[in-house]
Design a protein around this ligand. Structure first.
Ligand SMILES: Cc1cc2nc3c(=O)[nH]c(=O)nc-3n(C[C@H](O)[C@H](O)[C@H](O)COP(=O)(O)OP(=O)(O)OC[C@H]3O[C@@H](n4cnc5c(N)ncnc54)[C@H](O)[C@@H]3O)c2cc1C
Length: 333
């Protein structure tokens, strides 16, 4: 990438964005589209962090049904439609099967009411989307079809399966880079390997970002009317260490983990399943653990495990013991 650090040091921007994950690059693109002068800096490679380690799903809000959060369902569905419309080469519909069991909360009757409601709430989910990227209505398949698609699935009380569609990203970092390139085409200045090391305040406002070129160690300032902190899991630390700000409520972070299985997917359908294990923490506990096995390119993704994580982001990791437990849990299910 061509880094123009002298432009960063000599321009007063409308907006400087700190952090080049998916949130930062989308904000840069959105602001540049609106005619603002924008700079975005990233201390490593763009989209190298959380935004690269992703389960590839573009959620359309179905999970908010259980909270009856219609606003978020509509918002998610609208954003999914936007990605299917503007990035059809990187985002496609992904059919997901939820096996139905008995006639209670896991049964077809209960699910069909929820999915019917979801279809109605998102009736405009394909506005402007090309034909082969549209999200179809939810539907049901027979017990026999479920068994053919997923041999080995738990058979006792199985009545069939509900099929709904979400979006899937072919390559999340590439999607982020596409947003960045579009922002740069609209005049944004972008530089990787530039770290925000502090802020200068004028009264109650941040007026400059102190920056360090990670490649040379050179320090410089970037002036801006507004600074947007999209440093992901580093965001609140940056506020605390550089501005002494304490957020009203402490953000909760989760270490998420998924397997990439290098075995060809059996079908183009993803499947939702639950395991006997409970999520260990209470904040993110949802009863048993709900996982997905998802076909992606030539692989199958299995996840996502959540654990509340309060350490510094650099300390993220997983132990051999945890890995073995997760493998046993999947095999058992
Ligand atoms: C295993 C896993 C699976 C997931 N699956 C999904 C999914 O299927 N669908 C979904 O929608 N979401 C999913 N997520 C969540 C999603 O990945 C995150 O919500 C999203 O990537 C967060 O993006 P971000 O831009 O906030 O953070 P990040 O991508 O972490 O970006 C923050 C950036 O800020 C930079 N930075 C930090 N400090 C500084 C500084 N001082 N100066 C300059 N730059 C700095 C960092 O280097 C980093 O690149 C998943 C997450 C994980 C971990």
């Amino acid at each position: 990438m061509r880094r123009n650090l002298s432009a960063l040091a000599n321009t007063e921007y409308d907006l400087v964005i700190v952090g080049g994950g998916i949130f930062g690059v989308c904000a840069a693109w959105d602001a540049a589209l609106r005619g603002l002068s924008v700079a975005i800096i990233e201390k490593g490679d763009f989209a190298h962090a959380t935004s690269a380690n992703h389960f590839k799903m573009v959620h359309g809000g179905i999970r908010y049904l259980q909270h009856a959060d219609i606003y978020r369902i509509r918002e998610s569905s609208r954003e999914r439609a936007a990605l299917l419309r503007i990035a059809p080469h990187l985002v496609q519909p992904l059919p997901i099967v939820i096996p139905t069991y008995g006639h209670g909360i896991k049964g077809r009757e209960f699910l069909s009411a929820g999915l019917f409601l979801y279809d109605i709430i998102t009736c405009d989910r394909n506005r402007g989307v090309q034909a082969d990227r549209r999200i179809p209505r939810c539907r049901f398949i027979s017990r026999q079809e479920v068994l053919e698609l997923f041999p080995g699935i738990k058979e006792k009380s199985l009545t069939g399966g509900a099929v709904f569609c979400d979006g899937q990203i072919y390559n999340p970092p590439r999607l982020a880079i596409s947003f960045l390139k579009s922002a740069v085409n609209r005049g944004a200045d972008a530089a990787n390997y530039v770290e925000a090391t502090g802020f200068l305040q004028k009264g109650n406002r941040v007026s400059e970002v102190k920056a360090r070129d990670v490649l040379t160690g050179n320090q410089f300032e970037i002036r801006s009317k507004v600074v947007l902190n999209t440093a992901g899991p580093w965001a609140h630390r940056l506020l605390r260490s550089e501005l002494g700000l304490r957020l009203n409520s402490k953000p909760t972070f989760s270490r998420d983990l998924a397997f990439v299985v290098n075995r060809h997917p059996m079908t183009r359908y993803a499947v939702a399943f639950s395991t006997k294990a409970k999520d260990s923490d209470t904040i993110l506990d949802r009863g048993g653990r709900h996982l997905f096995a998802v076909p992606w390119r030539d692989y199958t993704l299995i996840g996502v495990w959540h654990v509340v994580f309060n350490e510094a982001p650099e300390k993220i990791g997983v132990t051999e013991k945890e890995l073995q437990e997760f493998i046993d849990e999947v095999n058992e299910a």
